[in-house]
Every structure is written in structure tokens, then in C-alpha cells.
Design a binder for this molecule. Structure first.
Ligand SMILES: *Cc1c(COP(=O)(O)O)cnc(C)c1O
Length: 232
């Protein structure tokens, strides 16, 4: 299995680079976030050995256990799942980038924690592209107001957008959602020129190549690397 994790990291990397070149992009513009939720520590080590040094976790608690066990490795951790305001302190401490900012209240909490930790808390705003209330993220029309309101925060760095588009068996059908997120980013960048909205976190195991063709700078890939993870 260890060998397979290495092969898979290499294969994902290769495909990422090919997708970037197809779109006339520099492959170095796109980073792999290896999603390690539910993955055991030995397998995570294998992925890290193979060069996957950005690791994504969904939950603060699960992440904190793994971070403690893997503290000797040269990795940084990203939070990709929903964050509750009451966990904002641990999140601000542990994560290099939080992909899931979805309210002004959470922004204010992270800013406060950033101030007390004397660090800039880096975040992406998660956008709910379908506008379905059951999905995570803010709806499109709330994006600009949220960005404008975040101007007041001195310890929060808003660096881009993230989305989890609906699953489609044919990944080509996800392309319009990726385009939409990029368009929203471009609009927001025009409206808020003082924000460096350089990141687009989009694309998962079955559609990351298309996301890269549409401008992703961070792809979040779990099963394509760690296929045999237990389902919980
Ligand atoms: C689990 C997860 C991923 C990775 O999904 P795979 O299909 O396993 O690549 C990406 N993003 C988020 C937010 C996730 O929860």
C-alpha cells in the first residue's frame, strides 16, 4: 500500500502538470492539498515522503491529533471543512490556510484570535455555487458584502475563494461551476482591488484536472491518493 500511495501522489502530480500545460498555465501555479481525513498516520507519512507537503483536514479535532503525531514532518495543514466559531482559536493556531470562511461572525472570531496570537489568519471564502440552503458556504450575493465587511479586520488575510460543486458522474459537467467560481473571483478582485484574491480552491479526485484547466490554484485530492481509506 505504501508503494501505491507514492505512485498515486506521483500520478496526481503528473496529471496536474499536464492539465496546467493544456490550459497554457505554469504547473507551479497549482498546489496539491492531499486530503487526509480518515487516513491513518502511516499512510500520511508515505504521501509526505512522496512530496505531498500540504495536508487538508475537515475537522479541527481530527487534525489536532494528527498534527501532534506528525509534528516532525515538514508539512503545513489546511482546514477544508466547516469551522465552528467556538473552535476558531485552535483553527487559527493549527492551520496555515482555512478554506471555509462562511460568515462575518467567523471572520470576526478569527480576526480576534489572530490578534491575540499575533499572526495573520489566512482564509478563503467558501461559496455555495448552487445556492441550496443545505450546502455549505455563502451564497453569491453575499460575497461582496462579506469581503467589504472584512476590510475592518487587521489580522485576517482573505486570499481567494473555495467551492465544492455538486458531484457529476461526468466531470465535464462540473466545468461550468469552476468557471463560475473563477468569474466570481475576478468580479470580486475588481470590486476589492486591495485584496490579493489569488487563490481558487476547487477540484477534487474526480475533477481536479478540469478545475486546473479553469484556473484552480489549490486542488483538494483525497481518494485518488488514499483510495483504500475506510468509509466512516
Ligand atoms: C473529502 C474532501 C475532499 C477530497 O475529496 P476526494 O473526492 O476524496 O478527493 C475535498 N474537499 C473537501 C471539502 C472534502 O471534504
Amino acid at each position: 500500500m505504501a508503494e501505491r500511495v507514492r505512485d498515486r501522489v506521483e500520478q496526481v502530480r503528473r496529471r496536474m502538470a499536464e492539465a496546467a500545460r493544456r490550459a497554457g498555465r505554469d504547473p507551479d501555479e497549482v498546489e496539491l492539498v492531499a486530503v487526509t481525513k480518515t487516513v491513518s498516520v502511516p499512510l500520511i507519512r508515505e504521501a509526505v515522503d512522496a512530496g505531498a507537503i500540504l495536508l487538508g483536514e475537515n475537522r479541527v479535532q481530527e487534525a489536532s491529533e494528527k498534527i501532534a503525531l506528525l509534528s516532525s514532518l515538514p508539512v503545513t495543514w489546511h482546514l477544508i471543512g466547516h469551522l465552528q466559531t467556538n473552535k476558531s482559536r485552535s483553527a487559527a493556531e493549527m492551520f496555515d490556510l482555512i478554506h471555509s470562511l462562511d460568515s462575518l461572525r467567523l471572520a470576526a472570531a478569527l480576526d480576534r484570535q489572530g490578534a491575540s496570537l499575533r499572526k495573520q489568519v489566512r482564509v478563503l471564502v467558501e461559496v455555495n455555487l448552487e445556492g441550496e440552503p443545505s450546502k455549505s458556504g455563502i451564497i453569491e450575493t453575499d460575497l461582496l458584502p462579506l469581503l467589504q465587511a472584512c476590510r475592518q479586520f487587521t489580522h485576517l488575510a482573505v486570499e481567494g475563494l473555495m467551492a465544492i460543486p455538486p458531484f457529476r458522474r461526468n466531470p465535464q459537467e462540473v466545468r461550468p461551476f469552476f468557471r463560475k467560481l473563477r468569474w466570481l473571483r475576478d468580479q470580486a478582485a475588481k470590486a476589492c482591488p486591495d485584496y490579493p484574491l489569488r487563490h481558487l480552491s476547487m477540484g477534487m479526485s474526480h475533477d481536479y484536472e478540469i478545475a486546473i484547466e479553469e484556473g484552480a490554484t489549490l486542488v483538494r485530492v483525497g481518494t485518488a491518493i488514499f483510495e483504500e481509506r475506510p468509509v466512516i
